[in-house]
Design a protein around this ligand. Structure first.
Ligand SMILES: C[S@@+](CC[C@H](N)C(=O)[O-])C[C@H]1O[C@@H](n2cnc3c(N)ncnc32)[C@H](O)[C@@H]1O
Length: 277
């Protein structure tokens, strides 16, 4: 049995601007909410951020909907501890709070104007099975909007999978080789959400991210895809160091530094569904 996966908010926050950009691109596509929009009722919008992490993108929701009551949900105590530093009244008269929740079993117990999730549902194997419950919880005119990484066949993840499944590591790390296969293509998300009676949109973008410093791709994945491996090897620092050295060498070949830094292409999938009025 595996120990619960631990997150490291400081490591995750090392690449904030690249990690935030897709969220801002998603935010731009979200239509006005049933509550609080121009000409709409003056009620404060109610917003959920599922898999909110350290809360740094959750706070951005308050810029767009200043009076909203926003709740970030996450299953990681480490992430929630960091996020909670941001909790409290927002400058526009709204409120921000954070609660523990497992997105795999999260069924909203109140109506929401917006349910948003950024870079989190890839950790929730059957997330598409929850769409009916989440759409059900939206107010008429409300929106479900999410973004998931779609880079699981890219060298960074393929090499990680191959290494985990190699003879040396298979017995300890074999389970971590093929995570994230449950991510759907944009067209599949589009169909599932349209099937639920929503006006849906789905698309993908590959960001050509220019990273700086030594072994920047390794540094990136240490904050995300490597978490299960680092958790598994946490009580064996020598093994963790050996694994990281092997993986680093593979990444150096796959992502050689160029004259301006290291290009790390990153495909992301976006989906948005608005419930009819
Ligand atoms: C890559 S971080 C994204 C954080 C934040 N949304 C952002 O965009 O910066 C993924 C987050 O999903 C959370 N997560 C993973 N599985 C989860 C689950 N089953 N329920 C709730 N949160 C989960 C992790 O704890 C982590 O904080």
């Amino acid at each position: 049995m595996h120990s619960a996966m631990t997150w490291d908010p400081q490591q995750y926050l090392r690449h904030t601007s690249h990690r935030t950009r897709p969220f801002l691109d998603l935010l731009e596509q979200i239509p006005e909410l049933p509550a609080g929009g121009p000409g709409g009722p003056s009620k404060a919008p109610r917003i959920a951020d599922l898999g909110c992490g350290p809360g740094n993108v959750t706070v951005l929701l308050a810029d767009r909907w200043p009076t909203a009551h926003i709740t970030g949900f996450d299953s990681s105590p480490e992430m929630l501890a960091k996020a909670t530093e941001l909790a409290g009244p927002t400058p526009g008269g709204g409120h921000l709070d954070f609660q523990p929740a497992d997105a795999a079993h999260w069924v909203p117990d109140e109506p929401f104007d917006l349910i948003v999730s950024n870079a989190a549902l890839q950790w929730v194997p059957d997330h598409a099975e929850s769409f009916p419950a989440w759409i059900d919880a939206l107010r008429p005119g409300g929106t479900l909007a999410f973004q998931v990484p779609g880079n699981f066949t890219s060298p960074s993840h393929a090499l990680l999978g191959e290494l985990c499944e190699s003879p040396q590591w298979r017995s300890r790390l074999g389970d971590h080789g093929r995570r994230f296969v449950h991510i759907l293509d944009p067209a599949d998300y589009l169909i599932r959400l349209t099937d639920l009676g929503c006006e849906a949109d789905a698309w993908e973008t590959t960001y050509s991210q220019l990273l700086q410093g030594e072994d920047p791709v390794l540094d990136w994945v240490k904050g995300t895809a490597l978490r299960p491996v680092l958790t598994e090897l946490a009580d064996d620092p020598d093994a963790a160091a050996d694994f990281l050295a092997e993986y680093r060498d593979l990444l150096r070949k796959a992502y050689p530094p160029g004259p301006h830094g290291t290009v790390f292409p990153f495909r992301r999938i976006f989906a948005l569904a608005t419930k009819p009025d």
